[in-house]
Design a binder for this molecule. Sequence first.
Ligand SMILES: Cc1cc2nc3c(=O)[nH]c(=O)nc-3n(C[C@H](O)[C@H](O)[C@H](O)COP(=O)(O)OP(=O)(O)OC[C@H]3O[C@@H](n4cnc5c(N)ncnc54)[C@H](O)[C@@H]3O)c2cc1C
Length: 401
Amino acid sequence: MDFSWADEQILWRKTVREFAQKNIKPKIRDIDTDKKIPETIIKEMGKLGLLAPTVSKEYGGADLDWIMACIAAEELGRADISLAIPVLYLVEAAWGFIFNRYGSANAKEEYLPKITSGNAFCGIAVTEPKGGSDIVGATKTNAVQKGKNWVLNGEKIFISGITESMNWGGIHLTLARTQPSAGHKGFSLFAVPLKNNENIETTLFEDMGRMGISTGGFTMNNIELTGEHLIGDLNRGFYYAMEGFSAARTLIGATCVGAAEAALKLGIEHIKTRKAFGWSLGSFEGIQFPLAEHYTNIESVKLLNYRAAWTMDKMYRENKFSHHDVAIAAAMSKLRAPVYAFQLMNEVADWLGALGYTKEYPLEMGVRGIRSYSIGAEGTMNIMKIIIAREILGKEFLPYK
Ligand SMILES: Cc1cc2nc3c(=O)[nH]c(=O)nc-3n(C[C@H](O)[C@H](O)[C@H](O)COP(=O)(O)OP(=O)(O)OC[C@H]3O[C@@H](n4cnc5c(N)ncnc54)[C@H](O)[C@@H]3O)c2cc1C
């Protein structure tokens, strides 16, 4: 076992950190207020290989492996603790990867170069009004074949990147039933462009955090797609979606680690300098003990997270391990990372006293942003526990088949 970084990993972290600290960090309050990521940042991210970075080079991607992708996620989280830019990054990295891996050649040629250069968005649309956890029970969207085309009807809700897709163009990988009687073996994934489609209606939600990226929904009324918009094999969509969720969860872990370390740094600077009762706050055990706990928690999440990324690299690049191993590793990371990061940010706010309740510090943006991941984006905490328990007890202990 080797815990050291390779030269290219050190260089990549340095490059992304310098870019993000210089170009992103000073803008995050504006992004939170304006509810928009500036176009210049998006274009610069594209030039640096930070948009859908896991996509292959022929489509403008950087062909990053998952450890490299996690390094970038950590650095983006460190710079933007509101999480808007890290969310954009990780959604495109995870779902751009699935599209690159399973999409048709023509669809990839049409969309991927635009996605990797910041001229189109790539998102995921699974959740529906009847619920996001129980995908098999709640998904009503269906796709019916019409000659060589597909006709989709249904509604997706709580979907990241609706405004971005409507403004820039791009696709949402959209889960639909193609063989309703077959349970999870009867779903397919489609690349659905939202922009300029009169049969698609969109809605938007006012979120509590990560304000720079939109969340909303869309309704499909008989939208017709060519066969090239089907992703991979018919009726394999559920499995492709699970692969994408594991990738996204791993990147969420890394994002939370970066944001938590940024928050902890703010806290450490404060407790070293602020005095009470004649002593620095950092001299009190009541401050030191939680500091040690949080530092250890974040380090433990980092290890879980890099193990998930490492397992993914072994699976995708060396054909070792299976998605089963990846799913558990990613679920463990997602189970811990947002919760620990949220606890840490709240504790640091306490250390700051009244300052911690103001917008002088970015912490409140962090607390609002990170909550999206502990509440459920890319799967709720209970669903992570179900994935892990299924591994321990076996599938026969699942109350649903
Ligand atoms: C900011 C944000 C962005 C999002 N972006 C996207 C996106 O881009 N694309 C997309 O498809 N979805 C997206 N989602 C939706 C997200 O995937 C769902 O919120 C999530 O899957 C949970 O679904 P739900 O909200 O319908 O809650 P429900 O499924 O109704 O669950 C409600 C509660 O019940 C619990 N629960 C459910 N089943 C069980 C069980 N068997 N045992 C114990 N507890 C259970 C859950 O853990 C949860 O606490 C986003 C969500 C948020 C908050």
